[in-house]
Design a binder for this molecule. Sequence first.
Ligand code: ASP
Length: 327
Amino acid sequence: MKKLLKTLVPVALAAAAFSAAAQDFPTRTITLVVPFTAGGPTDRVARDLAEAMRKALGGAIVVVDNAAGAGGSIGANKVARAAPDGHTLLLHHIGMATMPTLVRNIPFKVESDFEYLGLINDVPMTVIGKPGLPANNYRELMTWIGQNKGKINLGNAGIGSASHLCGMLFQSAVGVDMTAVPYKGTAPAMTDLMGGQIDLMCDQTTNTTGQIEAKKVKAYAVTSPRRLATPTLKDLPTMQEMGVKDFNVSIFHGLYAPKGTPAPVLKKLNDAVKVALKDPEFIKKQEGLGAVVVVDKRMEPAGHKAFVLAEIAKWSPAIKAAGVYVD
Ligand code: ASP
């Protein structure tokens, strides 16, 4: 009996301490790592989510840390190596599905180095151009591209980013090679596009809607299979309408914690995600920017993970066929 107690008591104490820790969570500021620059599309989603989660976590402070670079893999690696206590989280996008194929020496495993906390949104993209472009619609853009072969610059947020993926698919759809100009996010790329330093970009509506509305850039098409309801974007044709069969690029964002984060902490975080996803203010902000907030089983960790694994399988052949790799 004595022997049994000797074994059981420490286990019980550890379990009690563990659940107390989970109960008290969060005990300090939560850092939400965004692997792209401030002011860009992923940052935008993160800041709206941080606000909604703050409310859901009883006022806990959630700060955004922009760990930008290498198409989003620097920030992802930072979180994969962080203490698994729930206080360091990652908001990442479709890069989680493209990096495993694109980045040859990826320093972490998307499949096994993270806990999945729920998918947040799906965001369509827009094909946009610098304000001085003579083309005023998609057909005129095709003519301009045809006349300027070899001279066109296409901005992106780094190899592996959403804008890079969309830009690759766009070039292959129009059959013209363009010079990729990588930035650490599409916020600085947008500044250069508006200034006319680069010609074109394919970027998420969460970053482009305001600039399109303010007429600071020209907009040519949306990448979703259907037109968007957002007033600023509703007149833009889809790439499919413009004759590009099957063109459909939608960028999802999801929330992740380092592998090994205690289950009760994960549950608290996933509960907070689900409260945020139903928060009318969060939904309104996201919908105003063309994003669709997740309402299906992907808001659960298992559904989120299954979706990312399916997306890895979906994008892998396209990336291999394009032959673009990062070392
Ligand atoms: N998500 C990137 C950003 O926030 C953009 C991209 O991936 O294209 O800047």
